[in-house]
Design a protein around this ligand. Structure first.
Ligand SMILES: Cc1cc2nc3c(=O)[nH]c(=O)nc-3n(C[C@H](O)[C@H](O)[C@H](O)COP(=O)(O)OP(=O)(O)OC[C@H]3O[C@@H](n4cnc5c(N)ncnc54)[C@H](O)[C@@H]3O)c2cc1C
Length: 368
């Protein structure tokens, strides 16, 4: 049983079913109703610390997965360009060295090469770093098409508009979940409920520090297509979809909220800040109109690193969550790892930095 029909839950179901498991996905709403349907669609993984093995696997998996998906995705692998503006404290060569040291493919671009790829760019830049394996998708279409593939070709069942209220545990082992006033039995439960995962894990007696955070995206009017690179710099990130619309957002200050206070209202201040940063970064886009914007809720963990583990107690509980603002790209990699944990009991990538033990371990490394 997989709780959550975002990219992580859908990908987990797909790989579990491909491995021969009978899988049911339960969601309180529809497919891709939360962050997986509201994000920027960048396939540019975080490569810091314990994220790196998942980032590598993600970049390997997308080109293999896309041909197997029965339905539209709008996938393109046009590369990802980080542009270093003149007042950025980082140097392009240092960013390149960092990426190479972590085993990622990247190359330096001169300021002229950056402007050739992105003509609206400002002229005051130091250069850029191109990651040719990065890309983009339409995240809603991709999640729905993957779900359709899992259902049609591998027999995954979807139980939608059915909120899970708790995980059932007996004798230190998972027994299934409670959905409304009923119960569904399952020997393995995967919690892929995004920002709501901590709440559900608590019902199984597992402390999982994951909380909600609201971030937002702006959508421009359609322009004639001029790039298939996804790019970032000056505190903004952007891509141009196949329809010609620019999708862009910025890091900006986060809104900390409790689950009870989760809001999807777009904050005008954040929207103005993103638009100003974009105009400063790409003066050639100043006259492009913004059509609309929307907000979504991500679920980062307390230290910003994902939680991906098969719990020792209760047995049968797998947690796959805490992905924050860059978790769409790693979704299929996480799905594959979940299937490995459920079928073989171990993963093909290093998960040592992703377990819940890090939140309780003392600085000496001895469990508190
Ligand atoms: C504005 C924005 C821009 C972003 N840009 C990018 C980007 O460009 N690239 C990138 O890689 N990532 C990006 N992200 C992050 C990315 O969207 C998320 O990390 C990723 O989608 C998380 O997927 P998920 O499956 O873990 O969670 P979600 O997509 O949030 O899915 C969780 C699911 O669990 C369900 N659920 C919750 N509680 C229950 C319950 N009690 N019972 C049943 N079901 C339940 C929800 O209904 C939901 O469908 C962005 C996010 C936002 C909001």
């Amino acid at each position: 049983m997989v709780v959550g029909a975002g990219i992580v839950g859908v990908a987990a179901a797909y790989y579990l079913a491909r491995a021969g498991k009978r899988v049911v996905v339960v969601d309180r709403a529809g497919i891709a109703g939360e962050a997986s349907g509201r994000n920027g669609g960048h396939l540019s993984p975080t490569i810091d610390g314990a994220w790196a093995p998942l980032g590598q696997l993600a970049l390997d998996i997308w080109p293999r997965l896309i041909p197997d998906i029965d339905g539209p995705t709008e996938y393109r692998r046009g590369g990802g360009l980080y542009v270093v503006v003149d007042h950025d404290p980082m140097e392009p060569a240092d960013i390149l060295a960092y990426r190479h040291a972590r085993g990622f493919v990247a190359e330096l671009l001169s300021p002229e090469e950056c402007r050739r790829r992105l003509p609206p760019l400002r002229s005051e830049i130091k250069g850029g770093v191109l990651s040719p394996r990065h890309g983009q998708v339409n995240p809603i279409l991709t999640t729905k098409s993957l779900a359709q593939t899992a259902e049609r070709h591998f027999g995954v069942k979807f139980l939608l508009y059915s909120p899970v209220t708790s995980v059932s545990v007996e004798n230190d082992a998972v027994h299934g979940v409670r959905v409304g006033s009923g119960a569904i039995g399952a020997p393995t439960v995967v919690l892929a409920a995004g920002a709501w995962t901590g709440q559900l894990a608590a019902t199984a007696g597992v402390a999982c520090p994951i909380g909600p955070r609201r971030i937002q995206i702006l959508l421009s009017e359609a322009m004639p297509p001029w790039t298939d690179v996804v790019w970032a710099g000056n505190g903004v990130y952007a891509r141009q979809s196949l329809s010609g619309h620019l999708h862009f957002g910025s890091g900006g200050p986060a809104w900390e909220r409790t689950l009870a206070e989760v809001s999807y209202t777009v904050a005008p201040g954040g929207m103005q800040r993103t638009a100003r940063r974009m105009c400063d970064f790409m003066p050639g886009l100043r006259d492009v109109a913004i059509l609309r914007s929307w907000a979504g809720v991500i679920g980062p963990s307390a230290d910003g690193v994902p939680v991906l583990e098969a719990c020792a107690e209760p047995r049968g509980l797998i947690i796959a969550s805490g992905f924050g603002g860059n978790g769409f790209v790693t979704g299929p990699a996480v799905g594959q790892v979940v299937a490995e944990l459920a079928t073989a009991g171990r993963a093909s990538v290093d998960l040592s930095g992703l377990s819940l033990a890090r939140f309780t371990a003392s600085p000496s490394g001895v469990g508190a």
